[in-house]
Design a binder for this molecule. Structure first.
Ligand code: FES
Length: 121
């Protein structure tokens, strides 16, 4: 048996993080609509704190990341969870709690908060 046969394929390895959530924190200075005007930073901070408090943060689990404009500004504030590619539009911190508790913790997409497919820039 060669060494190559004993080497696991990259696909066999578990992902470094089980899930990523990216929050658009883009801020525009010219009064154009942007996620930063709609509480995106507070939502990001709240999500990060809740994920940590629930023991979900870290390798093999969940990573909460900042992002620039995700180009779906009309639905802002927005966040996206991978690997599912679930795009969320949220209103308040209770929405963030639901995303954390249902999707990031249990893997269940929160359908009521999903961004309609036709919402873009
Ligand atoms: S400003 Fe948030 S998606 Fe563009």
């Amino acid at each position: 048996m060669s060494d190559k046969q004993n080497t696991p394929s990259p696909q066999a390895k578990p992902p470094y993080f089980e899930r990523h959530i990216f929050f658009c924190l883009n801020e525009r200075k010219n009064q154009e609509a942007c996620c930063a005007q709609s509480g995106a930073q507070a939502a990001f901070d709240h999500c990060k704190g809740r994920v940590k408090a629930l023991g979900l943060a870290g390798p093999g689990q969940v990573r909460v990341n900042k992002a620039g404009c995700l180009d779906r500004c009309a639905g802002g504030p927005v966040a996206v969870v991978y690997p599912e590619g679930a795009w969320y539009s949220f209103v308040d911190l209770s929405d963030i709690d639901e995303i954390v508790d249902c999707h990031l913790k249990e893997g269940r997409v929160v359908t009521r908060l999903l961004l309609p497919a036709d919402v873009g820039h």
